[in-house]
Design a protein around this ligand. Structure first.
Ligand code: GLC
Length: 735
């Protein structure tokens, strides 16, 4: 419709219809027609359902067509609903979790797979996707780190923008077939809960919020994301859904976001629980004043906005502003002309899980694996070797992350499947070795035990030891159950389950040639794994092609190339640990047993076990000293830093060169280094290549003492290397 028609429609709508556009119903609130169960319990009526503007978590072309047709027929102005869902890492073709995607350092691949996810989801009737999650994370105790791309604002921004482009298309033409509206979340700062405990208080200075947390959200807004979702947490003791400064001044004012702002699940109701609203009526008032357009799955707007309007506390103009944004989004999606958009049972049959999509999932998984250790080239394996694959993940189809609701674990290729697909004649054995979680501990959420989870730990261990003792090499496939990460999955202990550590120790007694492959959605305490294993490969939660991807990487058809985007702490006591920290007045990175009065611990080192940007491959590389074409420059000019990279090993390989910069002195303290660029090289054995980075004044800007975003003259160090601990450095000056 034309804009005038949208305004005309708005002018004809009753107050009830307008408020209905701001009400989102979750699938279980209605059976497609009437309010059922939980809805009735909170007073939602069939009349509320009749005017609802959108609904959540319903999929299926036929089902959505039927619900939409029914809804339009009953709606006084026949306004179609929007169908929204969480398609976080693929729809039915499930990709690696976003934290693994980040480790590819390949935003282009993330864009491609987001496009595949959109094609599958829209075929099944979805119009809006609650992704990308662009929350910066530094605390692996928080279960939702699995949804983030890590601890670096710059990298998170590249991935968030890439996902928006993948979902919405390069021109943000939402009527385009296979494209849907992207919803950036969670605004803002949700990834920094105190204690790593989900939904907990967030305490960030405004400068830290602006420097570290807002840039990735802004990158998604600049890429054109059509919606933004409020976060559950408080900032400055104000819950985001009631925070006018955050939503109207920062998001809409400074960032220029003009799309739809939707609350997180029942977050408007939680304004009352947080204690900044006396009741739901005040919650509705605060949220409307903050500019929240859609109330997800709570009765706050639908039950209280009308009285606020009638009493004059909320002007109709403010409601009209919100409703207009919702109607405009529906119009951008083309729903007034085609309320079913791309819902097609034929496309569902032809597109979903097609071979091309599976191949993309396999490639994404292969590139996301991070090789943390590989002594004496234990990897890659040879298919002539007698290898025992032991562990809860040896033959486990739960390889998709906790946000893979629409996927089916039966579509997943297990490690055993993948290896036997490649080498049906291989001399391999497979055994679970131990349960995936310690006996007696139930995993909350949608727990499923792996199909072959042993019920008798003792005999499972005996079987494993017997197989290990006869094998040339052992691959132990360990890790956290997928429900140990995701929403509401915070943990105070990030070590592997005790039964898995026992398996590792017992196997080590009979066979030293151990590769440990780890699965899970968070950095773990790997100290004991490092002690016992010759090789360590972190496979994250690789999705439905995980088994095929792992077979290819373990046997060397593809070399691992992933790089960590979250630091792996030495132990949970070291958290938060991240590479772009401040120097403090008493920095310390020496031997922690020899100096007391410094910023260090008496019992552990300061350095993480594995740093941001770290990852090995099956060959080695060298990097020359840095050559600068100049070392003094001013704004408008640029410096070029060049290194010579050489493959010093015996296999073809890829490396991700990373550029870090440190501002030695600013009007406020500056991080000891910040990622400012990266480039990938692939070289044959003995091959060499020049890699050049351009440094500009814009890259040196930050929020100064007056909160102005600017650069300051002075001296800088730059580092170029293979991870954030790179010592290859050079100096330059900005005039
Ligand atoms: C959840 C999550 C959010 C998700 C929403 C809808 O509580 O916080 O990320 O998009 O509800 O499922």
């Amino acid at each position: 419709m034309h804009s005038e028609q949208i305004h005309a429609l708005l002018s004809e709508m009753t107050t009830e219809e307008k408020i209905g556009e701001l009400f989102q119903i979750p699938s279980y609130f209605f059976d497609g027609d009437n309010a059922t169960g939980p809805a009735a319990e909170i007073g939602i009526t069939d009349e509320d359902i009749r005017v609802a503007g959108s609904c959540l978590s319903i999929t299926g072309a036929a089902k959505i067509r039927q619900i939409q047709e029914n809804h339009i027929s009953k709606h006084p102005h026949h306004i179609p609903m929007m169908f929204m869902a969480d398609v976080i890492n693929g729809f039915k073709t499930i990709f690696p979790i976003p934290l693994a995607q980040g480790c590819t350092f390949d935003p282009g691949l993330a864009e491609k797979c987001a496009s595949i996810a959109a094609a599958e989801a829209t075929a099944s009737g979805i119009h809006v996707n609650f992704s990308p999650m662009a929350d910066l994370v530094q605390d692996p105790r928080w279960g939702r780190v699995m949804e983030s791309t890590g601890e670096d604002a710059y990298l998170n921004g590249l991935f968030a923008a890439a996902m928006v482009r993948g979902y919405q298309g390069p021109y943000n033409n939402l009527t385009e077939k296979g494209k849907l509206a992207s919803c950036l979340k969670h605004f803002a700062g949700y990834g920094a809960p105190l204690g790593g405990r989900d939904y907990n208080t967030v305490e960030l200075s405004q400068r830290t919020l602006r420097e570290d947390y807002l840039p990735a959200y802004k990158a998604a807004v600049d890429a054109g994301c059509a919606l933004v979702m409020t976060s559950f947490n408080t900032l400055d003791r104000i819950p985001s859904s009631g925070n006018r400064w955050l939503m109207r001044d920062i998001l809409r004012g400074e960032m220029g976001f003009d799309g739809v702002l939707i609350s997180d699940w029942a977050a408007l109701h939680e304004l009352y629980i947080h204690g900044i609203a006396q009741d739901h009526s005040q919650a509705a008032e605060l949220a409307m004043q903050a500019g929240v357009d859609i109330d997800m799955s709570s009765p706050v707007y639908i039950k209280h906005l009308k009285a606020l309007i009638d009493s004059g506390k909320i002007p109709m103009s403010m409601v009209d502003e919100a409703v207009l944004r919702v109607l405009t989004l529906k119009n951008k999606l083309g729903l007034f002309e085609n309320p079913y958009k791309d819902a097609s049972e034929t496309d569902e049959q032809e597109l979903i899980l097609c071979q091309a999509h599976r191949e993309a999932a396999r490639e994404f998984a292969e590139k996301s694996f991070v090789l943390l250790k590989n002594v004496d080239d234990l990897l890659p394996l040879k298919n002539t070797e007698n290898v025992a694959f032991i562990g809860p993940y040896a033959d486990n189809n739960l390889l998709s992350g906790a946000w893979s609701f629409f996927g089916d674990d039966m579509d997943c290729v297990t490690v055993k499947d993948g290896i036997l697909n490649r080498f049906p004649e291989g001399k391999f054995s497979f055994a679970p070795g131990c349960p995936i979680v310690d006996p007696g501990i139930e995993v909350l959420g949608f727990q499923k035990k792996p199909p072959n989870d042993p019920t008798d730990p003792t005999s499972a261990l005996e079987e494993a030891i017997s197989l290990a003792s006869k094998a040339d090499k052992v691959v132990l496939l360990l890790g956290e159950h997928r429900e140990y990460t995701g929403e509401g999955a915070s943990k105070a202990d990030i070590s592997l389950p005790a039964c898995q550590l026992q398996l590792l120790r017992e196997v080590r007694k009979v066979n030293p040639n151990i590769c440990v492959v780890l699965f899970g959605g968070r950095p773990l305490d790997l100290r004991e794994v490092v002690r016992h294993a010759q090789s360590i490969l972190f496979a994250w939660l690789p999705g439905i092609e995980g088994g095929n991807a792992l077979a290819n990487v373990l046997f060397g058809d593809r070399a691992p190339g992933g790089k960590l985007t979250m630091s792996f702490p030495y132990c949970v006591g070291q958290i938060p640990v991240f590479y772009n920290h401040m120097n403090t007045g008493r920095p310390f990175f020496g031997d922690y047993r020899k100096e007391r009065y410094a910023s260090q611990y008496l019992d552990i080192p300061n350095q993480p076990l594995f740093p941001f940007g770290y990852g090995l491959t099956y060959t080695t590389f060298s990097c020359s000293e840095i050559e600068l074409d100049k070392n003094i420059f001013s704004a408008g000019d640029a410096i070029h830093a060049t290194v010579q990279v050489t493959n010093t090993g015996s296999r073809i390989g890829s490396e991700t060169l990373q550029l870090y910069i440190r501002d030695l002195a600013g009007s406020v303290t500056r991080p000891v280094r910040q990622l400012k660029g990266f480039q990938k090289v692939t070289l044959q054995p003995g091959g060499t290549a020049k890699v050049t980075f351009q440094i500009t004044e814009e890259m040196l800007r930050f929020y100064d003492i007056h909160m102005n975003y600017t650069s300051e003259p002075g001296d800088f160090h730059l580092f170029i290397g293979f991870d954030s601990a790179a010592e290859n450095t050079a100096k330059f000056t900005l005039l």
